[in-house]
Design a protein around this ligand. Sequence first.
Ligand code: SF4
Ligand code: SF4
Length: 62
Amino acid sequence: MKVRVYVDSSLCRDCKMCIRYCSQRAISSGPKGAVIDQSKCNGCKLCAMACAFGAIKIEEIE
Ligand code: SF4
Ligand code: SF4
């Protein structure tokens, strides 16, 4: 099952915890909070577990 991991910017508080957890350096902080670079993300979901605000969403794509 492939997943797409993305940030719901309406929930992101820009605490940057997910950035610390991402081993792929796929997350950066933009003007609307965290942004995930899909070309680097391996779908490990660690960032979603790290986010205390439920801002990281996981969508099954296949
Ligand atoms: S951990 Fe959650 S609230 Fe914090 S920057 Fe990442 S997505 Fe935003
Ligand atoms: S799912 Fe894993 S690789 Fe993708 S952004 Fe989150 S922590 Fe990084």
